[in-house]
Structures are given as C-alpha cells and as structure tokens.
Design a protein. Sequence first.
Length: 234
Amino acid sequence: MKTGHEQKFIPALGFHLFTPFYDLIVGLTGRERTVKKALIQHADLQPKQKVLDLACGTGTLAVMVKKFEPALELSAVDADQRMLNKARRKAVSAGVSIGFDQALSFSMPYVDAGFDQVLSTMFFHHLTWDEKVRSVREVYRVLQPGGQFYVADWGAPDSRLMRLLFLTVQLLDSFATTRDHIAGRMPELFSGQGFVDVKQLQSVNTIYGTITLYRAVKPSHPLLRTSDNSSMPA
Ligand SMILES: C[S@@+](CC[C@H](N)C(=O)[O-])C[C@H]1O[C@@H](n2cnc3c(N)ncnc32)[C@H](O)[C@@H]1O
C-alpha cells in the first residue's frame, strides 16, 4: 500500500520500477564515489557534530560519512521506504549507527536548529522550484546559526557535450524539475532563503552531465542577513 509520503515524490531513477537497480546504475556510471567523497571532504566533519543526510536514498553517503567520522551523530531522511530499507541494511552490514526517518523534505521530524551540518546529494533535481524553496527553508530551520549546508546536484553544463548528455536525465526525471539546475539557479535558491556565503565549490563531469558541489551557510546572527533576502523565513 502506498503511504502519503510515497504519493508526493519522484523516485530515485524517475520510476519505482528502477529503484532496485539504483545502486548498480549510479555506482557504475555516475561517478558516485568521487562526488560523495569530495562533498565529505569539503564539509570538514567533526566529532560530536549533529549531521543530517537529506534524501539519503540507499544510504551510500550516510555510511561514508559515518566511516569518515564515526564520532558524529548522523540522521538520514528520505521519502521512500524502499530506499530506506536498503539504507538500513547497508548501515547494519557496515557496522555503523545512523538514525533513519521517513519524511518529505518540506516537513522534517526534527527540532529547530538541531543540526550543525546538512548534506544532500543528487536530490534537488527531483523537486519543482516551489518544492526546492520549501525544502531549503526547512533545511534553514533545522540548522543551527552558523550551520552549513553542502549539496551536490546537477549544475550548469560544463560544455555543449555535457548539455547534450543531460537530456538523458531530463527525459528520466523530468524537464520541469531539472531546468533550474542547468540554468545555474542553485546559488540563487540558497541565498533567496537566507543563506549566506553561498559558493560553488567544484564541478564533476559525468556521462549524464555536470554535477556541481555547493556550500551555503546559515548566518550566525540574523543581522547578517542581506536586504535582498527579505523573502527568507523568520
Ligand atoms: C536520486 S536519489 C539520491 C539518493 C542519495 N542522496 C544518493 O545520492 O544516492 C533521490 C532521492 O530523493 C528522494 N526524494 C525525492 N523527493 C523527496 C522529498 N520531497 N523528500 C524526501 N526525499 C525525497 C527519493 O526517494 C530518492 O531516494
């Protein structure tokens, strides 16, 4: 039976039919390890930090984070129970402890300002612009002041070839949710919701297009917010 969560999101490879093959396909062809390792290195994870993996999928990033820094406290959330079941199995076989939760990114079961860092890989291209805005606002809410948000997702193509290759992702995941990525609008998404120090850290070319890594910081004091951020959450 479908839960309320399952009716409202685009599954990992566009269709539930492909979910069992997600790890195989992405692992073999998506430069997954390179991207996730790079994001972890940028994030400068520290012992005792509280960290969230947003839209954790089958838990590959979450397990890598815990192996990289076992003394941090890691939560991981995803809308899809099937992906979470795989993630739980992966965490058990890796011998790491991760708190998994099923929820949508717009409404997460976490207290305000509870996390030092939120990480997310290959998730935002599943959302319309309005859903992206609502999700980034929710990340802003759960991060503590000064907390950091690290994202890896499709970015502006590095070349005409990368643009052409990205058509495969658009056909699978939809044009509506991916066009903001190739238009390079992710930094605007973060700064529009109140984040500061928004930076594009690195780009990685794949056989499906260019993946970009971003960092955005929740201001440590509300007065640091700029006037063009007036639409951000209180
Ligand atoms: C392409 S997969 C990426 C998974 C994982 N982060 C990775 O890098 O392998 C996208 C994930 O986003 C999840 N998802 C889609 N919409 C969601 C939403 N609104 N809230 C939470 N998870 C969502 C899907 O269930 C899927 O697991």
